[in-house]
Ligand binder design. Structure first.
Ligand code: OXD
Length: 307
C-alpha cells in the first residue's frame, strides 16, 4: 500500500479521496498532516506543507495545478524528487476562451459601446479588420501555443515569444533574447508565461513604451510578471488603454489596490482557467501509478527551465 499525503487550501480532500481511491485501490490517501510522515511516499498538493522534511521516504510530488512556481521557489521543496503538474485540454480550452473573450471585446470596442450606452449615446466607430491588429503571445507552452493559434485563426497578425524561438505555423515566433522586436508596435500583448527568475517583472515600462498607443494587455500568467506601477504609468500616459488582469502579486487583490479603479482595467479573480477534478483525476491517477511503476509521467516539471 503506497501512502499519499494530500495538502491544498483550494481542493477538498474528501472529494479527491473518494474519486482517487476507486481508481487506485493500491494507494491510501491521507490529509495533511499524516500520522506517520516517514511512511508517506507521494504528495498530492497545491502548496508544500510545512515540515516536508519529515517525509523521509518521499518519492513523487503531484501538483494540483498547472503552475509550479510556488513549489519551485520554496526552499523547502526537495530538489531531487520529481514533480508533475496538471495540463488537461479542459484547462487549455478554458484559457483560450477567456483570452479570446477579452481580445474580442477589446478589438470590437465593446467597453466603449457599454460606456456610450450608459449615456444613451448612439456612436458607431469605424470597424478595424483583425488583419490590421498585431497581437503578441508571451509563452508558447501548451497554453500559450493554443492561445496563439486561436489569435491567428481570428485573423490577427500574431507573434509569439518563447524560450526556444521554435517556429509555429501562422505565428511569427521570437526567442526571449528578441523580446524588443517581439513587442515593438504590438496592439495587444497576452502573458501566458510561467513565472521563473527570468520572467519576473517582464511586463514593465521597457516593453510598454514600445507598444502602439492605446494598447491592450492581458495577464493570465502570474501577478509577479507585472510591474504594477509601470502599468499605472502606462495608463496615465495613454500608452495603455485597457487591461484584463486575472492574476496579482497578492491574491485576493487588496481593496486598496489602485488597479480596482483604473478606467479600462478589468480585474478578474484568477478564474481564466482552473483544474477541474472531473478532467484531472485520470491524469493524477495515471501519474501516481507511473511514478511507482517506472512508466512515463505526464507534464513532469523541468527543474532547469523552472516550469
Ligand atoms: C494553475 C492556475 O496554476 O490556475 O493551475 O493558476
Amino acid at each position: 500500500m503506497t501512502l499519499v499525503a494530500f495538502n491544498s487550501r483550494f481542493h477538498d480532500f474528501d472529494v479527491w479521496n473518494r474519486a482517487l481511491r476507486d481508481r487506485l485501490p493500491e494507494f491510501t490517501f491521507v490529509p495533511w498532516p499524516p500520522v506517520e510522515p516517514s511512511r508517506v511516499e507521494a504528495l498530492l498538493c497545491w502548496d508544500l506543507p510545512a515540515d516536508t522534511g519529515q517525509l523521509s521516504n518521499l518519492k513523487f510530488i503531484q501538483c494540483l495545478g498547472a503552475g509550479v512556481d510556488h513549489l519551485l521557489s520554496n526552499p523547502e521543496t526537495p530538489r531531487d524528487i520529481p514533480i508533475a503538474r496538471i495540463v488537461h485540454v479542459d484547462q487549455v480550452g478554458a484559457l483560450v476562451q477567456f483570452v479570446s473573450a477579452s481580445i474580442l471585446a477589446w478589438h470590437r470596442q465593446l467597453p466603449l459601446y457599454r460606456r456610450l450606452q450608459s449615456d444613451k449615446t448612439w456612436g458607431p466607430s469605424p470597424r478595424i479588420p483583425s488583419a490590421q491588429r498585431k497581437v503578441g503571445v508571451m509563452g508558447l507552452g501548451k497554453f500559450g501555443a493554443a492561445v496563439a493559434q486561436e489569435m491567428a485563426r481570428l485573423g490577427f497578425q500574431t507573434r509569439g515569444l518563447s524560450r526556444s524561438g521554435r517556429p509555429i505555423e501562422n505565428i511569427q515566433v521570437f526567442s526571449m533574447s528578441d523580446v524588443t522586436a517581439f513587442i515593438t508596435d504590438l496592439d495587444a500583448v497576452i502573458c501566458t508565461l510561467p513565472l521563473t527568475p527570468d520572467t519576473i517583472g517582464i511586463l514593465s515600462r521597457r516593453l510598454f513604451e514600445r507598444m502602439s498607443n492605446g494598447a491592450h494587455i492581458i495577464n493570465v500568467g502570474r501577478g509577479e510578471h507585472l510591474i504594477e506601477a509601470d502599468l499605472i504609468d502606462a495608463f496615465a500616459s495613454g500608452r495603455m488603454a485597457s487591461a484584463s488582469l486575472d492574476v496579482f502579486r497578492t491574491e485576493p487583490l487588496p481593496p486598496d489596490s489602485p488597479l480596482w479603479a483604473i478606467p479600462g482595467v478589468e480585474v478578474t479573480p484568477h478564474v481564466a482557467t482552473s483544474v477541474r477534478l472531473e478532467s484531472a483525476i485520470d491524469i493524477v491517477a495515471e501519474n501516481l501509478r507511473a511514478a511507482f511503476s517506472g512508466a512515463p509521467i505526464s507534464d513532469l516539471v523541468d527543474r532547469q527551465g523552472g516550469y
